[in-house]
Structure formats: structure tokens, C-alpha cells
Design a protein around this ligand. Sequence first.
Ligand SMILES: NC(=O)C1=CN([C@@H]2O[C@H](COP(=O)(O)OP(=O)(O)OC[C@H]3O[C@@H](n4cnc5c(N)ncnc54)[C@H](OP(=O)(O)O)[C@@H]3O)[C@@H](O)[C@H]2O)[C@H](O)CC1
Ligand SMILES: [K+]
Length: 504
Amino acid sequence: MKIFTAQQIREADAYTIQHLPISSLDLMERAAGACTSWICKYFAPETPVYIYCGMGNNGGDGLAITRLLRNRDYNAHAFVLHHSEKATADHVANREALLQKYPHALHDLPNTTSIPALPADVLIIDAILGTGLSRPVEGWLAGIIQQLQTLHATHTIISIDLPSGMQADSSSVNTPVVKAHHTLSFECYKLAFLFPENAGITGEVHILPIGLHPDYIQQTPTPFQISEESLIKSIYKPRSPFAHKGTYGHALLIAGSEGKMGAAILSAQSCLRAGVGLLTCHVPKCGYTIIQIAVPPAMCIVDDQYDHSSGFQTDVSKYKVIGIGPGIGTAAGTAWAMERLFEQYRQPMVLDADALNILATTPGLIDKVPAGSLLTPHPKEFERLFGKTANNREQLQVLSHNAIEKRLCILLKGRYTAMAFPDGNIFFNTTGNPGMATGGSGDVLTGILTALLAQGYSSKDAMLMGVYMHGMAGDYAAETLSQEAMTANDIIDYLGKSFLRLHR
Ligand SMILES: NC(=O)C1=CN([C@@H]2O[C@H](COP(=O)(O)OP(=O)(O)OC[C@H]3O[C@@H](n4cnc5c(N)ncnc54)[C@H](OP(=O)(O)O)[C@@H]3O)[C@@H](O)[C@H]2O)[C@H](O)CC1
Ligand SMILES: [K+]
């Protein structure tokens, strides 16, 4: 699913009106109808509904929702906030339609008044500002938004299209934004919904289709997309009936150190569960017996030191892919060995955890990473690698800039893991849950990504598919075991069920 900017959404709107037999007012009616149906599904007609409307088309939606709820016998009231001199044409048309049918449902709030005290059971609809926000909210309207922020504790708040005050495509930190329990947004995700800094502001996001023209959606380029199951199914390659273990690649996993052999076990097990043909683990000598017992299908080669400081192996060229990082530590010898590895091996590899920490502390080393490699930092590792950023929009820019400049696939872990590619595209993953915020979860992802590269998936496809499958397995684990009780091992156990879903 593509993510469009506010400007592109306006264009989509105009294109739809121009190319389909639908007027702009009818499109608003459709949008309001979709919101009304959603509200009626979850709230009983006895619920009093107070709808705060701005002067633009977001407010027009609010006025239309008031009328449509009244048609369904809801006790709905619209309060128009006069923050601008002039209302849009569709706002005016809906104001007149409401006045004509339900004159007592319309109330004007001049720009001096605050929101009067509300009865306890009122459902609040925020239709003040949407994609037309052109500057941060200030003055009287900022005060109204702050009042609504306070009401979040006592009343359910539903924002229409966007929580009012939120910028669709950039950061809104330190500006007043309505805090919603639900956001009913039209046609597509807005970029800002995916920023971790907005996590507590949008509440649950529900995307309501309103029939914008499919040609515009298909033809209009955008770097931002949601990675969906249909995309992953199109990437997935079923196995050939003539396959043998050589068909699916020999991977080398460089992982573990004294006290951190668990990381090596988790990534090795997940690599096997994600379909690698052959797996060799490279571990320090203290880990030999551990790997041989814990992961019987894997071969094991050892470093004669307790870290990885005597190098990884003379002939690394025989491996289809190398995954490096989980639990390797950041000893100087390991950093030295990693640099030698980049000289010997020039195919895409997977770098995680301590491999990223070594990159962050060794100047210039990131420029030696083979093109097409996959880097999987969490926010702290990201900051160590690329520095601090002021907000999530800037963080995305830094992510994408480095992916393009260094020709790497770099992700940034989070609720919606962002994945940036050398072609400039950024995808957001939607699978996964907070139960996956547990030790070892990242090691499992390293194993999956290594396995997918070994099987011949391109770097981009491996990242999109691996991250999606990792999240899906985590969702299955949480469904059965709870978010609290699930562990990284359970993510591995549910990988099988996730692959079965791709077969359908
Ligand atoms: N295609 C769709 O998805 C559809 C969307 N619809 C709805 O329309 C809005 C967008 O409507 P628009 O009229 O473009 O914009 P808004 O209603 O969000 O806001 C414009 C008004 O707000 C004023 N404004 C802007 N910034 C501020 C601010 N910081 N403080 C105060 N006032 C502000 C602006 O006035 P000016 O003073 O700037 O002239 C306007 O009065 C979209 O979000 C959907 O809800 C359609 O219903 C159907 C199709
Ligand atoms: K709104």
C-alpha cells in the first residue's frame, strides 16, 4: 500500500473528481458515510456525540457526519470552531444541509470561547483540521486542542483523517496535537502515523477506503509504502520438487562469545527454520560443544581464541552468504577480523548487533561493507551508527540517505520497522507486537535474513520478507502464549506456521 503526502492526497482527490462521475461534495459524503458506519458499529445510538468541526473540509466531514448520525437517530451535535475567516465551499454546503434538516444540532464556537464542560458519557469527534494544516496551531485554537488533550483521560476521542494539529508528512513534536483513541483515516496511511513519536497520539488507526481513483494510486510514484501480505506472497518462491540441500545455499553464521552463546543458538535455529540449505556456525572455541549439542543440523567451526580474534576462516568464498554479529562482542581482535572479512568477501551479508557496534566505533569501516548487505539496527544502534536526530522525520531521512549513499539495505526496528533501500524506497512493516521486545528476538531476525539470502532472494526481497515473517511468527506466538510469556524461541517455533500461510 502506497503512502501519499498531503499534497498527493489533494491531487488524488482532484483527479478522482475529474475522471469519475463524482463531485467533491459527493466524495465528502462518501468519506463521512464511511466514518458514520464505523461509529455506528462500535457505539450505541444512546451515546451523545459531540463533533468539533474546523472551517475547512475536515470540518465539512464533521458536519456531514453529524447529519448522517442524526439520520440514524444518534444525539449528535456539531460545534464549529471559527479559527479562519472563510470556510471552504463543501464545508458551507454541509453546514446548510445540517441547518436545513437539524437546525438544533449546529452550534458555533467563536474564537474566544473554550469548550464548555461535557457530560461524562459524550463521544468526542475531532474534525477540526486534517491534511490542510499549513502551519503549527497557535493561540486560541492551540488552547482548544490542549483542552481536548485533557479530555482524553475521561472521554473517548475519534479523530477524522488525522488528529488535529498533526502534520501528515513531517514531525509535529512540541506542537499542540489532539490525542485520539481512534483515528479514522481516508484511503491510505499518512507517513506521520508510522513515527514512534506519534505512538500515543493517533490511537488505533483505521483506514477507510473512499474510492479515490485507482489510476492515480497506481501511477503516482512515492518512496513510502506499507509492506503487506500480498507483496510478501508475490516475493515468496515455492521450492522446486527437484531441490536438494545445495539448492538453498550454504550460509556461514558468525555469532556467539563466552556467555553469549545463546545468541548464536537462536540465530542458527532460526536460520535453519527459515529454509537455509546448509549452515555452518563460526564460534569461539568455548562454544563448540554448545552449538553441536543445541543445533545438530548445523556444522561448526571454531576460532582458537575466546573471541573471534584469529579471523573467521581462510576460505570464506565458498559460502553463499554470511550473517555476522549476534553475541560476538566488540573486542579489538573481533573488529580487526571483521575488517579482514570485508576484504575477502564482497557479497551481500547480514550485519547485526555487535557487528553494528563495531561499525559504529571503527571510522570508515561502514564504507567497506559489501554493497547490498543488510543492516538491522534498533534505535540505539542506529543512533550509534548515524548520530542523533531531532525527530522521526529527520531519522527517516538519515536512514534513507545512508541506504542510498552506501548501497545498503538498512532497517530501523520499531512498531512499524522502517526498511530503506539503495533505490530510495522505504517500506514499513506492520506485523509484530510488543511481545517481541524480548532478548534474542533480533538474533532470530538475523538468522531468518541470512537464510533468505542463502536461498537466492535479492537483498531487498530478503529484508521485506524476513521482517514480515519474523513479525508474523511473533504474532502467532503472542496469540497462543500471550505477549508476556512468549520468548525468542517461540518466534522460531512459529516460523513454520508463517511459511504455511504463504503457501495458501
Ligand atoms: N481525498 C480525501 O482524502 C478527502 C478528504 N476530505 C477531507 O478534507 C480534509 C482536507 O481539507 P482541507 O480543506 O484541505 O483542509 P483542512 O480542513 O484540514 O484544514 C484547512 C483549514 O484549516 C485552516 N488552517 C490550516 N492550518 C491552520 C492552523 N495552523 N491554524 C488554524 N487554521 C489553520 C485553513 O485556513 P487558512 O487560515 O490556512 O486559510 C482552512 O480553513 C481531509 O483531511 C479530509 O478530512 C474530503 O472530505 C473528501 C476527500
Ligand atoms: K481531524
